[in-house]
Design a protein around this ligand. Structure first.
Ligand code: ADP
Ligand code: MG
Length: 503
């Protein structure tokens, strides 16, 4: 993902719409609508979008984001003259917003008749509007999907999309609908995510829907730095509880990147294996790596080419990477100062930060110690993700892997899956899409379980159920058995030999 060097554009002398809009017709339309001076977000976003780039646009409410995406949308639609094909779609979280957007588009281009597809209105009227001119559709996800499912709306030729209020749109309420809609767009489309706040989760999702997006951030002077949030989750004592909780959390929170701190080398190995088995891009750094390996990994982190770095405090020393959205304390450090060092790597450079701790029975002592030593830190407890959040998160993650082309199917996979669907599933004519999706899922599982088998660190499969034991019940733990981490910290060394040595 590329990050723009903001500031420059905002600092230069004020521009007019004529400076940033290269299309004469559009210039006139903007002037007719009474707009003279573009707002900062318009100055930055419009030229980039007119070049055809995918964008993630962040600017506060009221900063003029609607016009910032409407102008490039109209420039794109102007290339298509047939009113019977949908060329551009804007997704909004509410009817009111959808209507406001339709009004702005209609104001600039009255000849285009954008169609509002929103709930609570008759579908018949909307269908007639589509019949009249369906080039531009603005809508809420549920109603748009209704029209798609009825085969009234087709998006195979839709080459421009906007997800307005992206944070809201990628909340769990809308995510699946938005995904279902965007998956129908052709690959060669341009996309804009627009929002007042862009969470790490949105940035991760951007990867699966946008192509090398440019990030446009307009921050207003004097805006307060959000402080670092300190959150903890209670985890049960079973051997698999922590690594499973970690993977579930990462799958539901979808941080763009994170540092995961462990107390021991053996934990860094375990965490790396668990994350990689779930298809996450994770690498460990511990004292067993030589300088060359260490540098190679750090290079990847700096290039934002590695999502999760798993490290011990000692191995992390001297790593000059600070501006992380999230750090995770896989285990509570022995010394309070280590916690402060760890969490100091987040909440920098004008971004909010979060320090998230997994607290199991074996961490109680360290956690208590920390809270006594640092009473000024306000720790908030967070419940473990629900079953539904985990399932949604995992489905979303898988979809991303598939879309990113990271699951390569072998020629026979399709034939095997088709045969199974027909012979065992008794599905007469499985569609190509269905066969491909299942084949990718199959290939993903096969390859990740092979990786697991070859790795002696994890010898038994992690349960797929959440089993944190503690959940929301304060200090009550259903199980203290196993005591993961309790007795294996020290002398286990870093070699990867010897299967099943975890217990
Ligand atoms: P956002 O989506 O960023 O919250 P809007 O796009 O809804 O903000 O715009 C907020 C208000 O600013 C609207 O009333 C809009 O008409 C006005 N506005 C947008 N751009 C300009 C501009 N360049 N000049 C003057 N007013 C503008
Ligand atoms: Mg808006």
């Amino acid at each position: 993902m590329e990050v723009t060097n903001q500031g420059d554009a905002a600092a230069s002398s004020p521009k007019t719409f004529s400076d940033i809009v290269n299309n004469e017709q559009l210039r006139q339309a903007v002037a007719r609508a009474g707009f003279v001076t573009p707002t900062p977000v318009q100055t930055q976003a419009i030229p980039a979008a007119l070049e055809g780039r995918d964008l993630i646009v962040q600017a506060k409410t009221g900063s003029g984001k609607t016009l910032a995406f409407t102008i490039p949308l109209l420039a794109c639609v102007a290339k298509y003259s047939s009113p019977s094909e949908t060329v551009a779609i804007v997704l909004s979280p509410t009817r009111e917003l959808a209507n406001q957007t339709t009004d702005v588009i209609a104001k600039l281009a009255p000849e285009l008749a954008p169609v509002s597809l929103i709930g609570g209105m008759s579908m018949d009227g909307q269908r007639r509007e589509l019949d009249h001119d369906r080039r531009i559709v603005v809508g809420t996800p549920g109603r748009v999907l209704d029209f798609i499912r009825q085969r009234v709306l087709r998006l195979g030729g839709c080459v421009f999309f906007v997800v307005d209020e992206a944070d809201e749109m990628f909340s769990l309420n809308f995510l699946e609908d938005v995904r279902a809609i965007l998956s129908r767009l052709p690959d060669n489309r341009q996309g804009l995510f627009v929002s007042a706040t862009i969470t790490p989760r949105v940035e991760v999702l951007a990867k699966s829907f946008l192509r090398r997006p440019e990030r446009i951030v307009v921050s207003s002077p004097g805006e307060e730095l959000p402080p670092v949030e300190h959150v903890y989750i209670e985890v049960g004592g079973e051997v698999t509880a922590k690594p499973t909780a970690l993977c579930d959390l990462i799958e539901t929170l979808r941080p763009a990147s994170a540092f995961i701190f462990c107390n021991t080398k053996s934990d860094t190995e375990l965490v790396e294996v668990y994350l990689r088995r779930r298809g996450f891009d994770a690498r460990l750094i511990n004292s067993d790596l030589n300088q060359h390996q260490r540098e190679a990994i750090l290079q990847k982190v700096r290039a934002k080419d590695l999502q999760f770095l798993v490290a011990t405090d000692i191995a992390a020393r001297g790593i000059d990477i600070q501006d992380l959205d999230l750090i995770i304390n896989y285990a509570m450090p022995e010394f309070p100062e280590s916690y402060v060092h760890r969490s100091g790597r987040t909440g920098r450079a004008g971004r909010s930060g979060c320090s998230l701790s997994l607290v199991g029975p074996q961490d109680f002592g360290g956690f208590l110690n920390l809270r006594r030593a640092m009473p000024q830190i306000e720790f908030k407890q967070r419940p473990a993700p629900s079953q539904e959040e985990i399932v949604t998160g995992r489905a979303a993650h898988f979809y991303e892997l598939v879309r990113a082309g990271e699951v390569d199917i072998k020629p026979n996979d399709l034939l095997v899956v088709r045969k199974l669907l027909v012979d065992v599933g008794e599905i007469e004519n499985p569609t190509e899409d269905l066969v491909t999706l299942i084949a990718k899922l199959y290939r993903f599982i096969v390859e990740h379980s092979i990786e697991k088998k070859q790795d002696p660190i994890v010898s038994s499969p992690a349960s797929d159920r959440p089993q944190y034991g503690a959940g929301e019940h304060g200090d009550q733990h259903r199980s203290h058995g196993g005591g993961y981490g309790g007795g294996h910290g020290g002398g286990r060394g870093g070699d990867r030999g010897g299967g099943g040595r975890r217990r």
